[in-house]
Design a protein. Structure first.
Length: 587
């Protein structure tokens, strides 16, 4: 094969077969984008219904979104019902995704109760390879060939526990759970509950336990966070304000920080007064932790309760060990007795179906049930970077993060190992640098909605792989002729390789605490520019003269998905204006 400097991307035409792993929101949206391109998608979902993390049985029953429904609504499919609030419940999101799938005829492309066991290239090392996909269902194992694979398993499926809860627990007699397994605070009524962490999940779980009758709830965190309420005091969703083109492109950064942080810092001060360690407000922004606070007033009421009546408390230290009995010890030398520990300490990245060595072990175990199988010596805890034959070997970037930035403070002692971070160095955070037909959706975080981002990532990947040349699809380009920066750009393999190496270099140089974080508007505009679906240029007087209401909505309204469907969808235009409060009544 010629060098990557002259190798074009593969081109997938009509009838190309796409395997999608996961039927959460992004996986379902990806199936629709594939159908629009004339591809044949097959979605593999191990569960029994659509919705991913929002399905019943995942996380807690009262879970609601951090994003407003405006930001979660696609431009090609409005909510067919009005959500119960600005922030839909888990069941409402499932209902929306199911309605979306039904509307676009996607149900027949989804295989429920099917686990993906293996995804591997048929021609290893060939950027134009097809893919062998092995699945397992109630009918047994099945093998099929696909032209491309989109991984849409999300970021919230493999719980990560603090080290103190991984080492045998030294005879702790209480309950130990991860927030992934938490269902209802009523299960902990009358109990002394310790919540480890201070992220979004910890805030939800701790408050629910306190409200549903726990005897006491202690939130243990070694490092503070900035508490950012998702709804402002005027009862408007925060993301509608800060996820806009005006906010990201026209507003001075100093004013951005002032508007965003004024209320957040006021709330944060009250958490600090209640015992949370103060966050380092002077440190590097890339190492700063921000947590979304859904129920500000309820939290503040709990924290302000008189000493003898206070159920919910903060504890400024990380968990060091637990047991014997009900005892737990912290790194600051303190200890207490608790009946339950709920770890809200995040998730780890793992794609077991991409690990050939793990699959070989599974087969050997089936054949030799009574024999001990030697563990692979080259892998690591996550199984992602130890073996260079692993498909993710070229994209995994591991690095140490500053000691003060760890999730649970478990490395705080001088003799403990430094904390590690893991990032995926993918082109546009999506495409594999060696195998461009292998793409990963929603491996980012942002102040917008990750599912909507995942849908646009799928649209980007389908468009990039569908085009045979630099100019892309003629009809689409003519429709997009009036749009901003809409000459589609199709990279070659060398450009993709450079992009991934630059991202890897940045990770290793900056070592961000949250390597998957992207600035929403800038990131989705980057994807949209590549495939020619940017809105009209707001810097042009013509845009404001020809359609001033639309221009106003694009600049000052929330940056909704409909911004990138204006070239061929009049309903998207109306949606943009409604969300900005012009031209039509709000939904």
């Amino acid at each position: 094969m010629t060098s990557s400097t002259s190798v074009p991307l593969p081109t997938l035409g009509e009838g190309s077969r796409l395997a999608i792993v996961g039927a959460g929101s992004a996986g379902v949206y990806a199936a629709k984008e594939a159908l629009d391109a004339g591809w044949i998608p097959t979605v593999f979902e191990r569960g029994s219904r659509l919705g991913g993390v929002w399905r019943p049985g995942n996380h807690w029953d009262s879970l609601t979104t951090n994003s407003s429904f405006d930001m979660m609504q696609r431009g090609d499919f409005a909510f067919p019902f009005k959500p119960s609030s600005d922030f839909p419940t888990r069941l409402e999101i499932c209902k929306y995704v199911e309605a979306f799938a039904s509307h676009f005829g996607l149900d027949k492309h989804i295989n429920f109760g099917t686990t993906v066991l293996v995804v591997e290239p048929i021609s290893p090392g060939d950027s134009h390879t097809a893919w062998r996909v092995v699945t397992e269902s109630a009918q047994g194992e099945n093998e099929a060939t696909f032209d491309a694979v989109f991984v849409a398993t999300g970021q919230f499926s493999i719980p990560r526990l603090p080290r103190a809860l991984q080492e045998g627990n030294a005879g702790f007699v209480g309950t130990i759970a991860h927030s992934h397994d938490f269902r209802d605070g009523a299960h902990f009524a009358g109990q002394r509950v310790l919540v480890v962490g201070i992220g979004n999940s910890a805030l939800d779980v701790a408050l629910e336990c306190a409200q549903r009758g726990a005897a006491s709830v202690v939130v243990a965190c070694r490092r503070g966070t900035i508490l950012l309420p998702i709804m402002s005091d005027d009862h408007k969703a925060l993301d509608k304000k800060i996820v806009s083109r005006f906010w990201h492109y026209a507003q001075p950064k100093a004013l951005q920080a002032y508007r965003l942080m004024t209320e957040a810092l006021e709330v944060t001060k009250q958490f600090v007064a209640a015992g949370m360690p103060p966050p380092d407000l002077e440190g590097n922004a890339l190492h700063q932790r921000i947590s979304n606070l859904k129920q500000k007033q309820q939290w503040l009421q709990m924290l302000r309760a008189p000493e003898g009546e206070r159920v919910l408390r903060m504890h400024p230290s990380g968990l060091e060990s637990c047991g014997p009995g009900n005892r737990v010890d912290f790194f600051d030398g303190s200890s207490m007795e608790v009946d339950a520990i709920i770890a809200c300490t995040g998730y780890r990245v793992d794609f077991p179906f991409l690990q050939q060595q793990r699959r070989q072990q599974q087969l050997q175990q089936k054949e030799q049930e009574c024999e001990d199988i030697e563990e692979e010596k080259e892998g690591n805890e996550d199984g992602l970077g130890g073996s260079r034959s692993h498909l993710l070997g070229p994209v995994v970037c591991d690095y140490e993060i500053p000691a003060a930035e760890s999730e649970d403070g478990s490395h705080a002692l001088s003799n403990a190992p430094a904390a590690q971070a893991r990032a995926l160095a993918l082109h546009r955070r999506v495409m594999h640098p060696q195998y461009p037909t292998l793409n990963f959706l929603t491996q980012v975080t942002c102040f917008g909605n990750e599912a909507i981002v995942g849908g646009l990532q799928a649209r980007w990947a389908v468009n990039i792989l569908s085009r045979s040349g630099e100019d892309g699809d003629k009809d689409r380009n003519e429709a997009a002729g009036k749009m901003e920066g809409n000459r589609p750009q199709r990279p070659d393999m060398a450009a993709i390789s450079r992009s991934c190496q630059q991202l890897r270099d940045r990770f290793e140089r900056v070592r961000p605490l949250f390597p998957n974080f992207v600035t929403y508007s800038k990131y989705v505009d980057e994807l949209a520019t590549d495939i020619g679906c940017m809105p009209p240029p707001l810097s042009s007087a013509t845009t404001w003269f020809e359609d001033p209401l639309l221009a106003y909505g694009l600049l000052f309204g929330p940056h909704v998905e409909a911004h990138h469907r204006l070239s061929h969808d009049n309903e998207a235009r109306d949606l943009v204006m409604r969300r900005a409060g012009v031209g039509a009544a709000r939904l």
